[in-house]
Design a protein around this ligand. Structure first.
Ligand SMILES: Nc1ncnc2c1ncn2[C@@H]1O[C@H](COP(=O)(O)OP(=O)(O)OP(=O)(O)O)[C@@H](O)[C@H]1O
Length: 374
């Protein structure tokens, strides 16, 4: 008898569960314009009930105002039923890049007060770079949010990333030729500098978050996330209809992300074993690994293993390693280890030295001056 294979049409387990919980008694599909129900929010926030505290990152756009509304309702209704709920606080970052941002920040503070959550306006002070300002703003934003969470004793920073953000990210990564980890898109929960970054709304389309604000009678700022339609994400957003007509719909992109995330988790599990097998030792500042043993693994596992050791040895704020460079470095080290030949190379601020026994040691590259004098 032929066993049924995995269904191509099934959504991610989380999506399915939300549809099941939110569908009416007759099991109808939830409309993309329906506000998020209290039952759905219970499910979306269920993993956060025992957190030490939640800091909500609210920009004043409809997505993050909906996050504020839903989290505050979930907390109030849960407490009223005698259930455990963490304290909430709100933070808005004024990057001092747009004059309207100050007014938007005040509006967010008023909403926070209205739901009884303490709030803080965080300012990105100082000179702004001429190029790459959006990237620098994002880095500064997360640093400010994490510092504020720490100050308040919150364990989690919550952002309002949603399904359209996730689909767009996957599309951008496809365009950039990313690997499996990149195609997994945005993680619903990730550790960042000893705190948690949580995105509880990732399975909901943006239209449902707009519907939450509309139903609550909450005005929102003209979406600060709206981008120039001629560039990057804005351009992809403009093409979304055409891509969907070709079959590259939001649902398919989400399915791809869920499958990539599943494959990524399996590969990471293999990396754990491969590194233990290759006697890997790592700390902030350096690592060592038997490259000959690591090189016996499939190339994907060797690349990830070396990448993980390097990330651990580098600073938390360092720019991520470029995948192509990591792939080339792994290839060179594995080939040299196999031939019993010493090799030295530098990558991402680390010097990687392979001895003739196949042991590779990575350490922070000495500053240029010191090297010149050495
Ligand atoms: N100025 C801000 N203040 C507080 N939170 C913000 C601000 N801007 C964005 N956020 C939070 O980040 C989420 C994502 O926002 P947005 O899509 O604009 O980010 P991005 O620039 O694409 O960067 P990334 O997706 O990497 O965070 C928002 O839903 C909100 O929770």
């Amino acid at each position: 008898m032929r066993r049924a294979g995995p269904s191509e049409e099934a959504g991610s387990p989380q999506e399915e569960e939300i549809r099941r919980q939110a569908a009416g008694p007759d099991g109808r599909r939830v409309s993309d314009d329906a506000p998020v129900t209290a039952g759905e929010a219970d499910f979306l926030f269920s993993g956060l009930a025992t957190a030490a505290g939640l800091l909500l990152a609210v920009s004043g756009g409809p997505d993050s105002l909906a996050l504020l509304y839903l989290a505050a309702r979930w907390r109030a209704e849960g407490l009223a039923r005698g259930e455990q709920r963490p304290p909430l606080a709100v933070a808005v970052v004024d990057h001092r890049l747009r004059p309207e941002a100050a007014g938007e920040a005040r509006m967010v503070m008023a909403r926070a007060r209205a739901v009884g959550a303490p709030g803080e306006i965080l300012i990105w002070e100082g000179d702004k770079p001429v190029s790459g300002v959006q990237e620098a703003a994002r880095t500064a934003r997360y640093a400010l949010l994490l510092a504020e969470a720490r100050r308040r004793g919150a364990s989690h920073v919550l952002t309002a990333h949603h399904a359209d953000d996730l689909a767009e990210t996957v599309l951008m990564r496809l365009c950039a030729g990313s690997g499996v980890a990149g195609l997994a898109g945005i993680a619903p929960l990730a550790q960042r500098e000893g705190l948690w970054l949580a995105r509880p709304l990732l399975s909901l389309p943006k239209s449902r978050l707009v519907a939450v604000c509309a139903a609550a009678g909450w005005d929102w700022a003209v979406d600060p996330g709206n981008r120039d339609p001629r560039k990057g994400r804005g351009r992809l957003r403009r093409l979304a209809g055409e891509l969907a007509a070709l079959g590259l719909s939001r649902e398919r992109l989400l399915r791809l992300a869920a499958r990539a995330a599943r494959a990524d988790a399996a590969l990471e599990h293999m990396v754990d074993r491969a590194l233990a097998d290759a006697g890997a030792l790592g700390s902030a500042g350096g690592f060592s690994v038997d490259m000959r043993r690591l090189g016996e693994q499939p190339a994907e596992i060797a690349v990830r293993g070396l990448g993980r050791l390097m990330s651990g040895a580098r600073g938390a704020g360092d720019a991520p390693l470029r995948l192509e460079r990591l792939e080339r470095a792994t290839e060179r080290l594995v080939a040299a280890a196999g031939a019993g030949r010493p090799e030295t190379l530098t990558l991402g601020g680390l010097a990687l030295r392979l001895d003739r026994h196949g042991v590779c040691r990575g350490a922070a590259e000495p500053p240029r001056k010191q090297r010149a004098g050495a």
